[in-house]
Structures are given as C-alpha cells and as structure tokens.
Ligand binder design. Structure first.
Ligand SMILES: *Cc1c(COP(=O)(O)O)cnc(C)c1O
Length: 435
C-alpha cells in the first residue's frame, strides 16, 4: 500500500517513507490509497482470531512489504503486552480501559508501535534521526518511554509550560539519556505549530532527519485501531457497538473510524470534546472555525485545530455522510467534575476527567434511544491517578498512588525553556543536537 498527501501532492510513498517523513513535502497528512476490507470470514466472527492475530490482519495492508510478517507480528506482541479490558460500569454503559500501559494512557499503544517500527528501519544503518513531538500531556511520556535508549534516535518533546499535570510532566522530563524536553511558553497549538514549522524548514529537517511522533505520523495513528478491534472481541457479538471517544487532536477516534472502514462492525462514533469544540460546532453549523485554545481539566484535549480531522473527512468523504456516522458533544469543566463525582458515587467507578467527558458523550447520545440494542462503550484514555490533583479535589478523598509513581514525582525535572517563537526554538534545538 502507498500513501499520498491530503493536500494534493500526488507523489506516492510506502509505509517506511511515510513514517520517516511524517508529513508530505506539501505539508499534507499522508493518507492510505486503495484500502481493502478484512476478509468476510474474519468480519463475520472476529472472536475466532486471537487479539494479536486480529491486529496483524488489520494492520498488514498498511505496512505492506516494509516489515516482514514475523517481525510485524512480534512488534504487535511487544506493543500490546498489557490488557485493554472492557468492563461494565452500569447496566447501560461499559468502559474500555486503555491505561494499563507503562505511562498510564492510551498513547502507549501508538508510541510503542511507532518506536519499534523506527527501531527496525534503523537497525542496520548508521542513520541518526530526531523525533520531534508536541504534547498536550500524555504523548510526551508515552513517546519518551517508547523511544528511551533506542539506538540512533533522539527525542525532542515540546510541552506547554504549566498546562500539564505533575505526573505527566515528570514522565517526560526525568528520563534523560536520548530524551529532551522543551517547556514552551504557550499552549499545545503553539507547540504543534513549532513542530509543523520545523518540518517545512529544509535546513534543520535535512540536518537532523526530523520525524514526528504525533498522530500525524501514520505509525502512531494506525495502531490505535488495535484496541477498538480487541474491544469488539470482548463485547456481545449479537449487537452492534457505539464508541464514545474523548477527542483532542482526533487521532484516536480517526483510528476507530479506520477500523470501521476496513469492515469492522461499529454502529456509531461519538466525539466527546471539552470547551475546545471546533468539531462539535462544525457538525452543528458546517462552519470550521478554530478559536483560541481554552485550558481545561481534561488538558490532553486542549486542542483548538485538530490535525486528524481532515483524515476523518476524507474517510466519510462528505458532510452528510460524516453526520450520519459521527456525533459530537462538548462539555465544560463543571459538567466534567459532576460526572466524575456521580459515577464514583452511583457506580463505584473512578474516572479521570477525559474519560468523564466520554462518559457524558455516550450518556447524552443514548437519551431517548433503545439502549439495550447496542453495546455502549466509552474510552477511558488515562488512569485517574495521572490527574490526581483534580480527582482528589472533586471526590474529596485521598487517592493511593503506587510506590513507583511516588518515586517518579520526587525526581527533579530537566527542561529547556523556550518561547513559542520558532526561531528561538530552532536556535536552542541546534545547540542541543549538535552537542
Ligand atoms: C491525547 C489524549 C486524548 C485525545 O486523543 P486524540 O487522539 O488527540 O483525540 C484524550 N485523552 C487522553 C488522556 C489523552 O492523553
């Protein structure tokens, strides 16, 4: 399979080149051409395969011959060596828990898969590359962890100063070795803009072999199909399934939509957003108008102009089609807090603020519908302890944290400070990498 640019450049690249380039020379996101459906026998009964076999069947066409079968299978096994269980929260709603990986958020799946693919591509070369990544909170830690000590790779993380949780910050600023963290005066969109500018800056792009580990990169984006597939193996097979996804940059939900696109039975998607709700407003009005980013307690979704939305529009191809498959609701912080509290009190289930936004999304969608006809699943994208300050404040209780996390929190952070000015960042990056 080849990839082309959504900005119109018709040059085709294979998976390896798409991963190494991250974005096309015309700044467009890569999109796969000629997507085929899974075989009818797999679609008919997805429980006949093991979870790793199903993931392999889903991803193989996107990787093509860039990674041999045995290697790809072992990458999948190493990526998914933790559980992604579906659990009942109450009689109507189930949760897909995606926080059992090493950095306690779903981004571990995409980051680990991408790190292992890049590791394979560089295995027998002397090439050195620099992974540049903007984070709204969880990507940074997952990428740092996934790429830690991978030979030939330096990782440069940009995060918005003061806008990530304590544990998120410590996960990305305390590893050292080949991991560097820039603390940027600004918000996530500023960080993302710096990264995008670096990619079109030929001088440093060439010199440092830049690649991105954000979900614009196909190796970060596509493996996120895995846990939708594995979730569907766990639910009542006689019913169709609805997924509510807490969305920021829309990479996660876009992977779910790709899983649907290759034939997996998914009834409907709900994109649950916080006050950064450009997509929610777009679906109401057909006007796409990004506003300034608003800080919220679900900070990993504080994104005002989500990169991956163009891919979703491509898959559904027109506005009406899009509206038929995708509903979006937006919730403010007060509603999020009330939701964390009421689910804890009524259902004895502790959610983090992102999961709470998704919970409200599925609940609202089900209002007035025959709820027993579908499996109603929301994605819990991070462990509540990652947002312990907020969760303890809402619930008015003390939440226990593991000794491992206690040790992490005690470590000193190491960062490079920068404004959101691209040239300032660039000069600091050059100093750093040339060391
Ligand atoms: C990144 C993140 C999201 C948003 O995912 P996108 O793919 O950017 O839409 C939601 N919840 C958590 C906890 C995250 O870290």
């Amino acid at each position: 399979m080849n990839y082309y640019s959504l900005n119109g450049d018709t040059t085709k690249v294979n998976f390896r080149e798409a991963v190494l380039n991250s974005i096309a020379p015309d700044k467009g996101l890569y999109f796969p051409e000629d997507i085929s459906k899974l075989s009818p026998s797999i679609i008919k009964d997805i429980t006949q395969l093991t979870k790793h076999e199903l993931c392999y069947e889903a991803i193989k066409q996107f990787v093509g011959d860039c990674i041999p079968k045995e290697k790809l299978i072992s990458i999948i096994q190493e990526t998914l060596n933790f559980e992604t269980p579906v659990k009942k929260v109450n009689n109507e709603i189930s949760v897909l828990e995606l926080f059992h990986g090493p950095t306690l958020a779903f981004k571990d799946v995409g980051a680990r898969f991408m790190a292992k693919c890049l590791g394979y591509f560089l295995e027998n070369s002397n090439k050195e590359i620099t992974v540049l990544v903007a984070t709204s909170g969880d990507t940074g830690g997952a990428v740092a962890h996934g790429f830690y000590k991978v030979k030939g790779i330096k990782v440069v993380i940009l995060y918005p100063k003061g806008k990530v949780s304590n544990i998120q910050e410590k996960q990305l600023t305390t590893l050292g070795e080949n991991i560097y963290a820039f603390e940027v005066e600004g918000d996530f969109d500023d960080c993302q803009n710096i990264v995008k500018q670096a990619f079109i800056d030929k001088e440093i792009n060439k010199q440092f072999n830049l690649t991105s580990a954000n979900s614009i990169n196909v190796a970060r984006w596509l493996p996120q199909m895995f846990y939708y597939l594995n979730a569907l193996q766990q639910v009542d097979q006689s019913k169709e399934t609805i997924f509510s996804v807490p969305s920021g940059n829309f990479g996660n939900i876009c992977a779910g939509i790709m899983a649907q696109n290759i034939g997996i039975k998914i009834n409907h998607f709900i994109a649950a957003t916080n006050n950064n709700n450009v997509v929610t407003r777009f679906l109401d009005s057909n006007l796409y108008q990004p506003l300034k980013t608003i800080p919220t307690i679900s900070n990993a979704m504080d994104v005002s102009d989500p990169s991956n939305f163009v891919r979703i529009q491509k898959i559904y191809s027109n506005y009406l089609n899009l509206k038929e498959h995708l509903t979006s609701y937006s919730f403010n912080d007060l509603e999020t807090r009330n939701s964390v509290k009421s689910v804890f009190e009524n259902d004895k289930y502790m959610m983090d603020p992102h999961g709470a936004v998704a919970f409200m999304g599925v609940k609202k969608y089900l209002e007035g519908k025959e709820i027993t006809q579908t499996n109603n699943v929301f994605l819990e994208t991070a462990h509540p302890v990652k947002f312990i300050e907020v969760v303890e404040d809402i619930l008015n209780i003390k939440v226990k944290i593991s000794t491992e996390l206690q040790d992490l929190v005690k470590k000193d952070k190491k960062t490079i400070e920068s404004s959101s000015n691209y040239l300032e960042f660039k000069n600091k990056l050059i100093d750093l990498i040339q060391l």
